[in-house]
Design a protein around this ligand. Structure first.
Ligand SMILES: *[C@@H]1O[C@H](CO)[C@@H](O)[C@H](O)[C@H]1NC(C)=O
Ligand SMILES: *[C@@H]1O[C@H](CO)[C@@H](O)[C@H](O)[C@H]1NC(C)=O
Length: 403
């Protein structure tokens, strides 16, 4: 259907368009558009629309021209669903969401499936707009109570894919991680908003693993675990303009769980703000034997507001005593902290705690200004602690550098 802009036809075209969008698939500017309503989806919040979404995806993916899968306003109930891309006939697919996708209210339905909404082996897909509501609160309560509960599902997963964009969408109350990028290349996450309670368990904002050329920008994350977490095998990442809090900060790790593990290399985290988080910029490795490594990391232009561990390298990470050798052999080198300022909520504002077996090298602290104020001990000031770390401190340093 072609849309006309002439004044006479405007009103007619507009209402016709609305009807067309609701009833038929349509073509906007020559772009085939597949509306989930045409495949039986109902935006009533209660009807299971999973199969309708899968049929709309099949048609969108089957288009030989750039195509759009369209989700209009309304609340669409989805079970766990995987959108596979290996047979798609074009590499410019848009998934435009104007409505809200809601997970089943009973967390058991998707709680053991790993991922709620999964894109797998796609190439050239942009996912825009909309709200993904994982309805995780009951599962968090179950986990917090110590009862036995399902592990939970990640809200949105991009697996083994390339050339993917996630734009301006909102993820609410995921059961587990909000977004995972796994085994993928060239993924851009921008203008995304992630919200869950600061006490919700394992609700990482964006987890990147085994992936390269992943960019996260202009994103606001408030959650119960890491705002961004970077797992083994991640290279060439760019993270810019993230506001994090509540949450556990931006973390590389935990690395070194496995003896054989791909490393993390070339990560930039720039121009980000941390508000009341339990960590700021962190590298953590399990105190276990591993051939993993981290190198060439630039953490710069960060603002800390009452952050508990603004600058942290922790190679002695080992909750639950699961570290037989009690020493990490993950090699950490070339980690740069430049222009980090604001307030620390703990006296130790800088902690570089490296492994005895394999000390850190090339750690650089430059222009760090972190203030600590204690009402109990007004004379206390911020401290830096370093162990088994080589490198340099330069520029303005408060607390004084420990390298
Ligand atoms: C895919 O498109 C072909 C024609 O190009 C058609 O024959 C086939 O039925 C379509 N499959 C689906 C799932 O739409
Ligand atoms: C590091 O990653 C960035 C993308 O984040 C890329 O532009 C740059 O070329 C990479 N540098 C090297 C040395 O590979």
């Amino acid at each position: 259907m072609a849309m006309t802009n002439s004044n006479n036809n405007k009103k007619f075209s507009f209402s016709f368009l609305v009807i067309a969008m609701n009833v038929f698939n349509s073509t906007l500017a020559g772009r085939p558009t597949y509306n989930v309503l045409s495949y039986g989806a109902k935006g009533d919040g209660g009807t299971d629309s999973t199969n309708a979404f899968l049929s709309a995806w099949a048609a969108t993916c089957n288009s030989t021209k750039p195509s759009t899968m369209y989700v209009p306003q309304g609340k669409f109930l989805l079970r766990n669903v995987a959108f596979w891309g290996q047979t798609c006939k074009n590499t410019a697919i848009k998934v435009q969401i104007d409505g809200t996708l809601v997970a089943p209210s009973n967390y058991n339905v998707i709680g053991n499936t790993g991922c709620w909404i999964k894109f797998s082996r796609v190439n050239g897909v942009s996912i825009s707009g909309g709200i993904l509501d994982g309805r995780g609160t009951n599962l968090w309560a179950c986990k917090t109570s110590g009862k036995s509960c399902p592990g939970g599902a990640t809200t949105l997963g991009i697996y083994n894919s390339k050339n993917v964009e996630i734009n301006k969408l909102t993820s609410l109350n995921s059961q587990l991680f909000h977004v995972i990028v796994y085994g993928s290349q060239n993924v851009r996450v921008q203008g995304v908003k992630i919200t869950a309670s600061g006490t919700s368990p394992n609700t990482d904002g964006i987890h990147i693993q085994g992936s390269s050329y992943v960019t996260v920008s202009s994103t606001k994350i408030a959650t119960g675990d890491d705002c961004v977490s970077i797992g083994p095998g991640s290279t060439n990442l760019w993270i810019e303009n993230v506001v994090c809090g509540p949450g556990h900060g931006i973390s590389i790790g935990s690395l070194g769980w496995d003896k054989q593990e791909p490393g993390v290399q070339n990560v930039t985290v720039t121009t980000s703000t941390f508000i009341g988080t339990t960590n700021g910029l962190r590298v953590k490795t399990w105190a276990r034997e591993s051939n993993g490594f981290v190198k060439d990391v630039l953490f710069q232009h960060a603002v800390m507001k009452k952050v508990q561990n603004p600058i942290l390298i922790d190679q002695n990470y080992c909750p639950h005593g699961s570290c037989p050798h009690q020493g990490s052999s993950v090699r950490i080198s070339g980690i740069n902290f430049l222009d980090v300022h604001g307030t620390s909520a703990t006296q130790v504002a800088i902690k570089i705690d490296c492994s005895k077996n394999v000390p850190c090298s090339g750690i650089k602290l430059q222009d760090v200004n972190l203030e600590f104020k204690s009402e109990a001990v007004p004379s206390a000031s911020a401290q830096a602690l370093c162990s088994n770390a080589g490198g340099t401190s330069s520029g303005y340093m408060q607390p004084r550098g420990c390298l």
